[in-house]
Design a protein around this ligand. Structure first.
Ligand SMILES: *[C@@H]1O[C@H](CO)[C@@H](O)[C@H](O)[C@H]1NC(C)=O
Ligand SMILES: *[C@@H]1O[C@H](CO)[C@@H](O)[C@H](O)[C@H]1NC(C)=O
Ligand SMILES: *[C@@H]1O[C@H](CO)[C@@H](O)[C@H](O)[C@H]1NC(C)=O
Ligand SMILES: *[C@@H]1O[C@H](CO)[C@@H](O)[C@H](O)[C@H]1NC(C)=O
Ligand SMILES: *[C@@H]1O[C@H](CO)[C@@H](O)[C@H](O)[C@H]1NC(C)=O
Ligand SMILES: *[C@@H]1O[C@H](CO)[C@@H](O)[C@H](O)[C@H]1NC(C)=O
Ligand SMILES: *[C@@H]1O[C@H](CO)[C@@H](O)[C@H](O)[C@H]1NC(C)=O
Ligand SMILES: *[C@@H]1O[C@H](CO)[C@@H](O)[C@H](O)[C@H]1NC(C)=O
Ligand SMILES: *[C@@H]1O[C@H](CO)[C@@H](O)[C@H](O)[C@H]1NC(C)=O
Length: 461
């Protein structure tokens, strides 16, 4: 152990199958000259085989979902696959002939929607994977301006929406293990441009919206275990195009929106314990088509949106501890129909949108430490009514939207390099769709509409 010298090497390993459209990968840490010092039968490898080289050994591990680590003996090409790495750690010994590699948990990835351009050498691989989109099951009906929530059981609940003619009270569930949508209980009323928030106990709180003739103050709860809906307390104000944010204390903050054409500056809090709503201060400005993001310290940042027809650049913070709203530095650009994403470093990325100058390709970052907004590099495509989702790797994927025409492109912001990179085109151009991150990190885009009308199609990235 004294001469223990651990060389850490990050590898992205892949294997391709079926016309190079199926890729699996994981990241491994490599310990050169280390071997598992196994003294009991419980820590024996579950498979031993001979492989051509260490890459073959890695691929063998990738093929076995149980496999968490490998040991490759160079002189004999003996490849051992281990399932229970916890049984091995702290029991390494020195053997220059052996390379041991352990999978970094959570990096295992299996996907059928990667197109791979790859080259590999004997023990390390260089891959350039161009992630792509694949279609998933159709929803039971076409929906736009619906809401989507990823449930604790991994399913995605989609509620309401509009198909151009009808407003839906219906809801459906996406089963990510089958890619199939099935109807679940109906809401009490049709709604679109509503919100849906996942509560701490797994229920979904669906708030407001419009039934097609009037804005709604009604609120209902979906119970994933029964598939039933229950009416809960109504808001003080009917509203659509508002925001809803679950706070750290479990309450849900609703801001702004519009009530039959009147844009609102009011904010209210839902208390899940009492099932009732309380007004909580007023924003300094009325807004709809804005965004609300929860900062690391629990305050809520509300930005942009439309006031009386025109986009605003104002930003304000809500402090849940005292219910006070406070204006902070303006964004550099007014924007509505933008997105706001919370980055791992605590900054907020406001992307694209629309103002009197047209559809925007600008993006800017709010730094909570300095309280300032700074433009990042411009996006590749101006867009509004798009979605933005933070991926497991910390990057932000912006999908679809419109800019005069409907957009099927998607682009990714990398906070580490401050760059926007186009990724594969989507199967369908769309706006007013939803974007949900599934439990395994896959992004699911559902519905929306384009020149062909409302969409029931969905696609995964
Ligand atoms: C790991 O090492 C410890 C201490 O040397 C030993 O007691 C234990 O049995 C070893 N575990 C295995 C699985 O070999
Ligand atoms: C080690 O293996 C034994 C037998 O398979 C298992 O019962 C035990 O939980 C494992 N220990 C750890 C830390 O995973
Ligand atoms: C999904 O809907 C689209 C548009 O209606 C249709 O073209 C496609 O065949 C459907 N896909 C499946 C799997 O039913
Ligand atoms: C994630 O889940 C989706 C839906 O079940 C599936 O199609 C996809 O292959 C999964 N991706 C990974 C990396 O497991
Ligand atoms: C849900 O509502 C739709 C009409 O929107 C109706 O066709 C359907 O039968 C209802 N489902 C249930 C389970 O009540
Ligand atoms: C769900 O609703 C159905 C129909 O109203 C009812 O029979 C059932 O008891 C409800 N389930 C739960 C768990 O509340
Ligand atoms: C979840 O919380 C809501 C709001 O407090 C409550 O109405 C509902 O009954 C709870 N659901 C379950 C399954 O406990
Ligand atoms: C939370 O962070 C914001 C942004 O940095 C700051 O303006 C605010 O004062 C902080 N609030 C609290 C209660 O710490
Ligand atoms: C709108 O987006 C399309 C494609 O997504 C792009 O080709 C076009 O240049 C964009 N229009 C403007 C005005 O930027």
């Amino acid at each position: 152990m004294a001469s223990r010298k651990v060389c850490l090497l990050l590898l992205l390993l892949f294997t391709t199958q079926s016309l190079e459209e199926h890729i699996r990968s994981f990241h491994m840490i490599s310990m050169i000259g280390q071997t598992f010092k196994c003294a009991q039968t419980t820590c024996l490898p579950f498979i031993s085989l001979i492989t051509l080289n260490i890459l073959g050994c890695q691929i063998a591990c990738l093929d076995q979902t149980l496999c968490e680590a490998i040991s490759f003996r160079r002189s004999t090409s003996n490849c051992q696959l281990f399932a229970d790495v916890l049984n091995q750690t702290g029991n390494m010994s020195y053997d220059m002939d052996v390379v041991t590699m352990t999978e970094i948990s959570t990096t295992r990835f299996s996907s059928e929607h990667y197109i791979t351009i790859a080259s590999s050498s004997s023990s390390t691989t260089t891959t350039t994977s161009v992630p792509g989109w694949i279609t998933s099951g159709n929803m039971t009906v076409p929906r736009r301006l619906h809401a989507a929530s990823t449930l604790g059981n991994g399913k995605v609940l989609v509620t309401g929406g509009y198909n151009g003619i009808n407003y839906y009270n219906s809801a459906e569930l996406y089963d990510s293990s089958t890619g199939i949508w099935i109807s679940t209980g109906n809401m009490s009323t049709p709604r679109y441009s509503h919100t849906a928030s996942l509560l701490a106990n797994g229920s979904v709180l669906v708030i407001g919206g419009t039934d097609g003739s009037t804005a709604l103050n009604s609120v209902e709860l979906y119970d994933p275990s029964s598939g039933n809906w229950t009416i809960t307390g109504s808001m003080n104000n009917a509203r659509q195009y508002h925001t809803a944010t679950k706070l750290a204390n479990g309450k849900v903050l609703v801001t702004g929106g519009s009530n039959n054409g009147v844009v609102l500056n009011s904010a209210e809090l839902y208390d899940p314990v009492t099932g009732s709503w309380t007004v909580t201060g007023t924003m300094t400005i009325a807004r709809q088509y804005h965004t609300a993001s929860i900062l690391a310290n629990g305050t809520v940042l509300v930005i942009g949106g439309s006031n009386t027809g025109s986009a605003v650049n104002t930003a304000e913070l809500y402090d849940p501890s005292n219910g006070i709203w406070r204006t902070i530095q303006n964004m550099n650009s007014p924007r509505q129909y933008h997105t706001a994403s919370i980055l791992a470093n605590g900054q907020i990325l406001a992307a694209a949108g629309y103002n009197s100058g047209g559809t925007l390709n600008t993006a800017e970052l709010y730094n909570p430490l300095t309280g300032t907004w700074t433009f990042t590099v411009n996006m590749n495509t101006p867009r509004q009514r798009h979605t933005a989702s933070v991926l497991a790797n910390g990057k932000v994927i912006v999908a679809a939207g419109s800019n005069g025409s409907f957009i099927n492109t998607a682009e990714i912001y990398d906070p580490a390099t401050n760059t926007w990179t186009n990724t594969g085109n989507m199967n369908e151009a769309r706006q007013f769709h939803t974007a949900s991150i599934l439990a395994n990190g896959t992004l699911l885009i559902a519905g929306g509409y384009n020149t062909g009308g409302a969409l029931k199609t969905t696609e995964m990235y």
